[in-house]
Design a protein around this ligand. Sequence first.
Ligand SMILES: NC(=O)c1ccc[n+]([C@@H]2O[C@H](COP(=O)([O-])OP(=O)(O)OC[C@H]3O[C@@H](n4cnc5c(N)ncnc54)[C@H](OP(=O)(O)O)[C@@H]3O)[C@@H](O)[C@H]2O)c1
Length: 372
Amino acid sequence: MGPLAPTSLVAALTLCLLLLVVRTALSFVGAHSAFAPASSAARHRPPPPPAAAMGATAPLRASAGADVAWHKGPGPRTVAEFAGTNVLVTGASGGIGRSLALGLARCGASTLVLSGRSARKLEEVAAECRAVTASAAEDGDSGCKISVLSCDLASPEAVARLGIDALSACAGRGSGNVDVLVNNGGLSSRSPFVDTSLEVDELLMRVNFLSGAQLARSLVPGMAERDRGKIIWIGSVQGLVGIPSRTSYAASKFAVQGYCESLRAELGGSGIAVHCVSPGYVRTGLSNSAVTGSGEPYGKTDKTTANGASPDAVASEVLDRVASGRGPSDFTVAAGLSAKAAIWLRLLAPSLLERMLVKRFEKGQRNGQKED
Ligand SMILES: NC(=O)c1ccc[n+]([C@@H]2O[C@H](COP(=O)([O-])OP(=O)(O)OC[C@H]3O[C@@H](n4cnc5c(N)ncnc54)[C@H](OP(=O)(O)O)[C@@H]3O)[C@@H](O)[C@H]2O)c1
C-alpha cells in the first residue's frame, strides 16, 4: 500500500478532529450536565462560598484555571481602561453583576451606578464597593461616587427612567456621561416550550434583551458625541447553543448576540466598543431565581450552577479581556470543554448536534428530570 495522498491525510485528520469534538460534546447530552466545567476538580467543587469582595479577600483556586480571580488586584491595563470612567451596571445586586461592580471599583471607576430591583441588596453591594475603594485610597476617600437606582428591567417606563437617572448621576463627573454600559441583569427559565406561557416568553425578552437595547438607545448617543464608550453585554453560552427546556431564555440570549453584532457594525469606527460575553455556568442565584413556564419561581440551584465558576473569576476575566483590546469582541468565559465542543459542533456538524440535543431532551423526559 502506497503512502497516503495529501487529500486523504487531510480527510483523515478532519475526521479525527470531528470525532474528538463529538466525543467531547457528548457530555453535553450526558446524564446531568450540559455545559459542565471541564475539569474533574471543577465538577467536585464545593458549594458557593459566602459572599466576599473580589480580589484579596476572594478565595483563590490555583488548580482550577477558570476559577482564579485577580490575585493582587486588577492589572495596569485593566485599571487604565476603567479608571475615571462612569459605569452603569444592571443586575448589580448579586452574582456576576456584584462582582463586576466590585472589580470596577477596584479599577478606580469615577461613578458606579448600581441597578437591580432589590434596593437592600444594592445598598449592601454599594457598601462593599465603598469599602474596596476606600481601602485603595490613602486618605480613605477614593472619589468614587456610588449611586443605587432600583429598576425593574421588565418595565419599559422604569428602564427609560433608569437611563435618565444614570445620566444625571454621572453629570459633572469625568466625561459627564455614562462611558460604560454593562447590560448584565437577567433571568433564566425552566420549562418545555409547550408549558411556557406567552407572558414568560415576553418577560424573558424584556429583562434579558429589550431593556438592554433600550438602555443602549438612551446612552450610546452621549458616547458617540465623545467618540468613546463601551457596551459590555452579558449573554450566555445558551445564546450560542439552545438547549431544551430553555426556549424563552435561549431566544432572549440569541437576540442579544444578533443585536450586538448588528450594533457593532453600525458603530464601527466610532470608538464605541460592543462586547457580547457568553459565560458558561457560574455559581450565582440564576438557577434559583429562574421562572417556570407559568411564571412561578423554579427555586432550585441546579448542580451545573452550584458547580460553576466563581462570579469573581468571571468578572475579572471579563474586565481583563475587554481592556486587553485583543481577540474577538465577543467571547466566552467559564465555558467548559463540552460547551466549547457543542459550539464547534454547531458549525461543523449541525445535524449531529441536533440529534444529540433531541436525545438529551428525551432522556430528561424519561427520567422526569427538569434539572440539569
Ligand atoms: N450564572 C450563570 O450560570 C450564567 C451563565 C450565563 C449567563 N449568565 C448571565 O449573567 C447575568 C447575571 O446573572 P447571574 O448569574 O449573576 O444571576 P443572579 O445572581 O440571579 O443575578 C441576576 C441579577 O439580575 C437582576 N434581575 C433579575 N431580574 C430583574 C428584573 N426584572 N429587573 C431588574 N433586575 C433584575 C437581579 O437583581 P434583583 O433580583 O435585585 O432584581 C440580579 O442582580 C444574567 O444576564 C445571566 O443570564 C449567567
